[in-house]
Design a protein around this ligand. Structure first.
Ligand code: NAX
Ligand code: K
Length: 520
């Protein structure tokens, strides 16, 4: 980078940013653009991009949030004919009231803009947005124009995804050099909109990332595949200890995830009623009725366990969980199993994959769930370090942490997944991958990926499944890899139920296996 003349990187960034803005506008000439410029280089990028758009005939107004403004950027904007509104320290943004105290001229420019460029703060931001930045962010969010964030939506912490105060909700985010962690992890991720990752030539100089994501090809490479000589035992036998007379569905769903996840055989052990239902829905499962007080010694050989969903948390459940964990086999521990572990840490073993949502992790760490939601990355890392096992934190962005390895963020999934029972399917699926020989880290990541992909397939229905899945597989992952744009597929979707997921898994797996689709 030392060989580059000063300003080269900023010019590359501004050119790419202006190009995205121009494509978004469709017609640049005569369009109205508001540039929100903070006092740092993020504002510089935005001002230079504004100058480029002004030279193409856009009517550009820059609103300067700080006394210190990028000088060359401002000069370029002025030279291109852009207007400038400079805020003074008195322009507080009106606290939580929003635009009340911002000058009329600024409010009008933002409210009437076709496109708003958010260059308030980028990677140099720290803490909650101060005024007048926060007021401008709220103004942009309330305006009808399209919001394009520069590098990161202002107010989102670029390195953690935390959103400690007001923040811009962008329709598009144009980020430079590499995808920032905060753009992938919620709550920040939900402020990003469509993501454009622009290569500005700094790739070789970037440090090893602390957070990574698997691409579709990475997942396809890792999935256990039956060879010609495989029999059901070599492909992996999963034991599922889940469900109870009260929660029968958890048994059926966890077994479904394991069956469709490619296990050679699924053994289910539980009370008579869930056994009956499992046999009715998944006749291929081998079942064992457990009487109160039974352990799992009579279940037969397995290579991995799925333990916990709907099994209850009483003393019998505790003893049963202990008998499973005492086998020392790799185990997915979920739901009620996590509640038992939170009460009795002596259940902890190596070789566990814990799959908590924020509420369950809250009990495990003794931290309020709201804090976990607000700082997901920090808490998943802490849980893995404190418990010494792999932790998959479910939620709007699923994270997988293991001591000594980068946190993996899962790039698939839809908000339709937030429905009862989907976690049971995930646990079963992860169990199948564990039994197939993946370690807890890869099993967790691949299961989350496939589960999210199956949700896209199910939500899009037979007509749109392929298109929806391709959009996830190509665009999102290209963006993460630094080679393109991520957006949502424009495919109509409908609510899904947990039952739909096992049935959508085969199609998700086929899409993953199709190399032509991956190369598009
Ligand atoms: N580092 C690089 O190689 C490149 C950086 N570029 C741009 O430069 C940006 C980083 O620039 P800077 O380091 O100057 O930092 P930023 O411009 O991101 O932020 C610093 C400015 O924001 C203010 N600020 C910070 N936190 C605030 C808060 N909570 N409330 C209100 N104001 C706050 C600071 O007072 C300062 O004026 C990147 O995000 C990117 O947009 C690009 O030009 C391309 C190359
Ligand atoms: K920004």
């Amino acid at each position: 980078m030392a060989r580059l003349p000063e300003g080269t990187l900023m010019q590359r960034a501004a050119a790419a940013l202006a190009a995205v803005c121009a494509r978004t506008l469709g017609r640049v000439y005569g369009s109205r653009v508001a540039v929100l410029a903070g006092g740092g280089d993020n504002g510089g990028d935005a001002l230079f991009a504004g100058a480029r758009l002004a030279r193409r005939g856009a009517r550009v107004t820059a609103i300067l949030a700080s006394f210190r403004t990028h000088r060359a950027g401002l000069a370029a904007l002025r030279a291109a004919g852009g207007r400038v509104v400079a805020l003074t320290p008195a322009d507080s943004g009106g606290g939580s009231g929003g635009a009340a105290a911002l000058p009329e001229e600024a409010v009008r420019a933002v409210a009437s803009a076709d496109l708003i460029v958010d260059g308030l703060v980028g990677i140099g931001g720290s803490g909650a947005l101060r005024e007048p930045y926060a007021g401008l962010a709220r103004l942009a969010n309330d305006a009808p124009g399209i919001v394009v964030a520069v590098d990161v939506p202002s107010g989102v912490d670029a390195s953690t995804g935390c959103v400690p105060g007001a923040a811009v909700r962008a329709d598009r985010t144009v980020t430079f050099g590499a995808c920032k962690i905060g753009l992938l992890v919620d709550p920040g991720a939900s402020h990003v909109g469509a993501l454009h990752v622009i290569d500005i030539g700094i790739g070789p100089y970037l440090p090893e990332p602390g957070v990574t994501a698997l691409t579709a090809a990475d997942v396809a490479d890792r999935l256990p595949r039956p060879a010609a000589e495989s029999d059901k035992y070599r492909r992996g036998v999963v034991g599922v200890v889940a469900g109870s007379d009260r929660f029968t569905g958890a048994a059926v769903l966890a077994v479904g995830g394991a069956v469709r996840g490619g296990a050679g055989m699924v053994r289910y052990a539980g009370p008579a009623e869930p056994v009956r239902l499992v046999r009715a829905r998944w006749p291929e499962a081998v079942t064992t009725i457990l009487e109160p007080g039974d352990d799992v010694s009579g279940v037969g050989r397995v290579q991995a366990w799925v333990l916990g969903p709907g099994m209850g948390t009483d003393d019998r459940a505790h003893a049963l969980a202990r008998s499973v964990l005492d086998t020392g086999l790799p185990t997915v521990l979920d739901a009620d199993g996590l509640t038992l572990l939170a009460r009795d840490r002596s259940l902890l073993r190596p070789n566990l994959l814990l799959t908590p949502h924020a509420g369950e992790l809250s009990r495990l760490l003794g931290v309020p769930a709201a804090d976990i939601e607000a700082r997901r990355l920090e808490h998943v890392r802490r849980a893995a370090a404190e418990l010494g096992v792999t932790v998959l934190l479910k939620g709007s962005t699923t994270l997988v942490a293991e001591p000594g390895r980068p946190v993996r963020v899962n790039p698939t999934g839809t908000p339709w997944l937030a429905t009862a029972g989907t976690g049971d399917v995930l646990a079963g699926l992860a169990g199948a991958l564990l039994a197939g020989g993946l370690d807890t880290y890869d099993a967790g990541c691949c299961a989350a990926f496939l589960h999210g992909l199956a949700a896209h397939v199910a939500a899009a229905g037979p007509g749109g499944a392929t298109e929806a899945a391709e959009a996830v597989l190509t665009t999102m992952l290209d963006a993460v890899a630094g080679a393109g744009t991520a957006g949502r597929a424009d495919v109509p979707t409908a609510p899904i139920s947990a039952q739909d997921l096992p049935d959508a898994l085969p199609e998700a797996l086929r899409l993953l296996e199709s190399p032509a689709k991956m190369e598009e």
